[in-house]
Design a protein around this ligand. Sequence first.
Ligand code: TRP
Length: 329
Amino acid sequence: MATKRILSGMRPTGKLHLGHLVGALENWVSLQSAYLNYHLIADYHALTTDLESSELENNSLEMVIDWLSAGIDPNKSILFRHSQIKEHAELHLIFSMLITTSRLERNPTLKEQVRDLSIENISYGHLGYPVLQSADILLYKGEVVPVGDDQLPHLEITRDIARKFNNQYGKVFPEAEPLITKFSRLPGLDGGQKMSKSLNNTILISDNPENVITKMKSAVTDPLKIKRNDPGRPDVCTVFTYHTKFNTNEEKEIRGGCESGSLGCVECKLKCAAAVSNSIAPIVEKRIQLEKSPATIWDILYDGETKARKVAEQTMQEVRSKMKLGILK
Ligand code: TRP
């Protein structure tokens, strides 16, 4: 049986945070031996919410450093920016004919983003975000897409587009399946539904222990636990959610201490900060090494882009052939 292909990606909006780590990156790392892995830096997608492009190249580099620090192995995974592979734009154009604007307007992830960022007039390209994402996935015939649950609506659109293309012109594309992790949405420090750079509620995977402590101190807890000895409700506490992910050994004890009132929030936060720093210590350490040789990182990207381009060109030839558009010489 042929090895299945994974295709996943992230927008290069700066250094990655814990939400990226537990929502996707950890999953990518654990799956990379069993699959053929394509991981894309969605630099064009970053333009949907910020037209300022001067930092994109540098942010892409920082993101690759974070990926490698977290355990992505460039010998097992192909890493690339979609802006470097023209076929993404070409397939995006064709796909944009296969979906209606009303279908795109109904997308809940888009609606959420428009609300969070107070966008008054959405651009044509932003509305088409999932169409470009479909091209990202299907150019490489991605079958498995490990992402957070906010990406499910995009994946549904990807499957619709694949089906529509295959019915209209003949089978080229698989129907991509999402692969979601348990912690696909880690709450932000502000108690909001998710960590997000634009909401300014993150802990970075490259944060040193002092920074983690400072940020953790700002995290919201149970609003009814006011004094140290008040009994608390771990199930409504953001910090407790982090314990359940990063501090499983002490989880039971912490729940007991919080509920009985014997554990105060300050101490609980310090324990949580220590557990988070412990989990990310190997990432922080590896990053310090990798930062010393940006030329090596660029080589990894150029190599990935050369490999990805070949696959993308081949898929586009198939598309052109099925559509009888004429094959590029
Ligand atoms: N939309 C994804 C996110 O915001 C990023 C992305 C772009 C992606 N293209 C992709 C994810 C293709 C999976 C597959 O996280």
